[in-house]
Design a protein around this ligand. Structure first.
Ligand code: AQP
Length: 335
């Protein structure tokens, strides 16, 4: 922990793109919400990251999407009295530090990123922003001297890159950044698609394939249909020790949402038919998400309140970001 701080600092971000799904909730948002009392928390709606694939930008909806995401984060339990919640583009230090860090980051490091390779492979024209995405993410984290970054498994490589960038900066200039650690839950950090348990549940696949994901705002009926339609295998009943990827994914969802140890969950369902297992998972998902959906509907009707929370969050974090950026500029000879 950085000297002089009472608590470890957590930073994490989420993009205002697509519809948030159960994987985002289990892998990231539930961890953010559950640990708020333990840490000094900064949560960011990363709207600059949402621009990295310009063909996908929905100009007419991006403004509203940021506010809706704020409502959803609050509905998931982010408490503005404990955690700063703000928009990345409101704090210009993010973009400024990203440029300074880009100048010390070897291109080869960025070209090796798994997410870059898979997203770039699907595009005819790859923008420089997609390649630099993890540099902006490093700037987000390093600006606040964060100790911990709660993320899903897919983001682990980017957090390691942020550490590498910080180390390279320290070698070239002088130590200035806290080296962040990823905070990845031991189980549930990679929830798989319900329609295909070999791929990660993702926002983009959810848009193309009904039955792939459960959105956090889905109705109970939609949730039940999605879970009952989940791909399992040709067996009929659950046998611990012989779980196919689809059945294992359902148990991981159950384990994460119930908070019960995996052996207990497997023992409870051993010998039960797949439809009974699915019914129990669906009940638990509905009872977790329904209160969130209701709170989201109430909160999203109050645009004034959401704007105030986001403005206050930016005011709280701005001095921290400014202090880091000033030190970096001094070390690089700009001040
Ligand atoms: N399937 C998942 N299981 C667990 N955690 C997940 N996360 C994403 N998918 C899963 C975590 O959610 C946080 C926010 O992610 P993001 O806003 O950066 O969105 P993303 O990773 O772009 O979301 P998708 O669904 O993966 O989108 P696309 O379709 O673009 O690939 C992160 O902490 C992430 O790890």
């Amino acid at each position: 922990m950085t000297a002089g701080r009472q608590q470890q600092r957590v930073f994490s971000g989420i993009q205002p793109t697509g519809r948030l799904h159960l994987g985002n909730y289990i892998g990231a948002l539930s961890v953010w919400a559950a640990n708020q009392a333990r840490y000094d928390n900064i949560f960011c709606i990363v709207d600059l990251h949402a621009l990295t694939i310009p063909e996908a930008i929905r100009v007419e909806t991006l403004r509203a999407a940021r506010r809706e995401l704020a409502a959803l984060l609050l509905a998931c339990g982010i408490d503005p009295a404990r955690s700063a919640l703000f928009l990345q583009s409101y704090v210009p230090a993010h973009a400024e530090l990203a440029w300074l860090l880009a100048c010390v980051t070897p291109v080869g490091w960025l070209e090796r990123m798994t997410q870059y390779k898979s997203k770039a492979a699907a595009l005819t024209t790859v923008g420089a922003g997609l390649l630099e995405y993890p540099v902006l993410q490093a700037a987000d984290i390093l600006l606040y001297q964060a100790d911990l970054v709660p993320v899903g498994e897919d983001q682990r490589q980017h957090i390691e890159l942020a550490r590498d960038i910080a180390r390279r900066f320290h070698n070239l200039f002088r130590p200035v950044f806290t080296l962040p650690e990823p905070l990845v839950r031991p189980s549930g950090a990679r929830i798989m698609g319900l329609d295909d348990p070999t791929v990660k549940m993702s926002k983009s696949l959810a848009e193309e394939r009904p039955g792939h994901a459960i959105a956090l705002t889905d109705s109970p009926e939609r949730i039940r249909n999605a879970v009952m339609g989940a791909v399992t295998d040709s067996g009929r009943e659950l046998r611990p020790g012989e779980l196919s990827p689809g059945v294992a994914n359902l148990l991981t969802i159950y384990e994460a949402l119930s908070g019960r140890p995996r052996p207990d969950v497997e023992a409870e369902f051993a010998g039960q038919g797949y439809s009974a297992v699915k019914r129990a998972v669906a009940d638990l998902v509905v009872s977790t998400l329904d209160p969130i959906r209701r709170r989201y509907l109430a909160l999203s009707a109050d645009a004034g309140y959401l704007d105030r929370i986001l403005r206050e969050g930016a005011d709280r974090v701005h001095p921290i970001a400014r202090a880091t950026l000033d030190r970096v500029k001094r070390l690089m000879g700009l001040v």
